[in-house]
Design a protein around this ligand. Structure first.
Ligand code: S3P
Length: 452
């Protein structure tokens, strides 16, 4: 797995147009939730389109360690199957739960375990073990769980789940779907109604999937405009079929690469277009991108479309802070589009970028500098000054164990004057296995940095 494999330096050189029709791998957020909620259901859940990336494999292994049966697909069907243990039925794991590079896996599962009467130790790789966990352990303590972790509640962390969980009403201090989901999942094995209030709506895949499995989840708008999301505890969840759409956050990389090359014509099939995830696509359209959602349909409760992108000139725009939750993972790739646009793109409300797989604001800024792109960065904002011409490129990019930093700068290398090299592309496998082959199949030129 990437978290233990040796670094893999990659280089992207300028290429011609990108064309073709492809499907990017399954949605990471939905894949984690399908495995976790399937493990808490009674009976069998059948999942098609599951992301087979390292992050999701860590979740699959953890659900097995907690007592569920996870059947990997035979090569013909591609279907994963989960035989669940029912809410309250999880077993104490015999060993430490390793969540690899995945904040979603760690935070959501800490929520699941917190309201089961079991003790489990969570750890991760060097990137995950730096990330803040107090944002989930704080509210889960109020539900009755106890935690022994490092400073700031960081992993490795021991979760001592409670056998008398109490429901809470909790207003999120940061816009975070992971924190919301951790509390809602804890609410599953808690009598009564657990409520999370969010001022800025974040991705609602947990709510949609819990309803799909038979839970009662309601969303109400409060007088101040905030959303109250409530789950009624101790429902009987039943195994279901789940169709995982292609990940809009992964589609973002080939989509931007095609936008930046006039003459490109790319179709990305069955991409999830849940409105809580489409901020990047709204922003690209504002910038003048030729982008459309075709064959819009609903698959297993999630809206899906084929995304068609043709190359076009882009112009700088302002991206308002309230759009951040719907494109939180897409700022690094937006910064690459902005570097090629004419004029300044001003991105606001980026505080949460600093606590992702890396400090993404800092890593983007350092990389832009190495590639000769003018920018201004502050605590919570990034302004990128594009000239409308191909950036110089030529930088050597430190990726800090962050898949999205690696993919973003490889996209920039595809349009820059000089090739761009990333120090380690191995973490791309956490979310986008097959990225290099998919991109090269469309016309990109990405290779091992050691190759001629
Ligand atoms: C995710 C929520 C987001 C996002 C992450 C996946 C999820 O994190 O960055 O990649 O699946 O709930 P935050 O909740 O920390 O914003």
């Amino acid at each position: 797995m990437s978290s233990s494999s040796s670094p893999r330096s990659l280089r992207a050189a300028a290429s011609g147009v990108l064309s073709g029709t492809v499907r990017v791998p399954g949605d990471k957020s939905i894949s984690h939730r399908a495995l976790m909620i399937g493990a808490l259901a009674v009976g069998e859940t059948e999942i098609s389109g599951l992301l087979e990336g390292d992050d999701v494999r860590h979740t699959a292994a953890a659900m097995e360690a907690l007592g569920a049966t996870v059947l990997r697909p035979d090569s013909a069907s591609g279907l994963w199957r989960v035989r669940g243990v029912g809410i309250g039925g999880l077993a104490e794991p015999a060993s430490v739960l390793d969540m690899g590079n995945s904040g979603t896996a760690a935070r959501l599962l800490i929520g699941v375990v917190a309201c089961h009467p079991i003790t489990a130790v969570f750890t991760g790789d060097a990137s995950l073990n730096k990330r803040p966990m107090a944002r989930v352990t704080g509210p889960l303590e109020r539900m009755g769980a106890s935690f022994v972790g490092r400073k700031g509640g960081r992993l490795p962390l021991t979760v001592i789940g409670t056998d008398h969980p109490v429901p809470i009403d909790y207003r999120l201090p940061v816009a975070s779907a992971q924190v919301k989901s951790a509390i809602l999942l804890a609410g599953l094995n808690t009598p009564g109604v657990t409520t999370v209030i969010e001022t800025h709506p974040t991705r609602d895949h947990s709510e949609l999937m819990l309803r799909h499995f038979g839970a009662e989840v309601t969303t109400t708008t409060l007088p101040d405009g905030a959303l109250a999301v409530s789950v009624t505890g101790q429902p009987e969840l039943t195994g279901r079929r789940v169709l995982v759409p292609a990940d809009p956050s992964s589609a973002a990389f080939p989509a931007v690469a095609a936008c930046l090359r006039p003459g490109s014509d790319l179709t990305l099939t069955a991409v999830g277009i849940n409105p809580r995830r489409t901020g990047l696509y709204i922003t690209l359209k504002d910038m003048g991108a030729d982008l459309s959602f075709e064959n819009v349909r609903t698959e297993a409760g999630e809206p899906v479309a084929d995304l068609r992108i043709r190359g076009s000139a882009l112009k700088g725009v302002d991206v308002p802070p309230e759009r951040a939750p719907s494109m939180i993972d897409e700022y690094p790739i937006l910064a690459m589009a902005a570097a090629c646009a004419t004029g300044t793109t001003r991105m606001f409300g980026l505080a949460e970028l600093r606590v992702k797989e890396s400090d993404r604001l800092a890593m983007v800024a350092t990389g832009l500098e190495a590639c000769g792109v003018a920018f201004e960065a502050g605590a919570e904002h990034l302004f990128v000054h594009g000239t409308g011409k191909a950036p110089r490129g030529g930088g050597f990019i430190t990726t800090a164990m962050d898949h999205r930093i690696a993919m973003s700068f490889l996209v920039l290398g595809g349009v820059a004057q000089e090739p761009v090299t990333v120090d380690d592309g191995s973490f791309i496998d956490t979310s986008f296995p097959g990225f290099i082959d998919l991109m090269n199949g469309l016309g990109a030129k990405i290779s091992e940095a050691g190759d001629a």
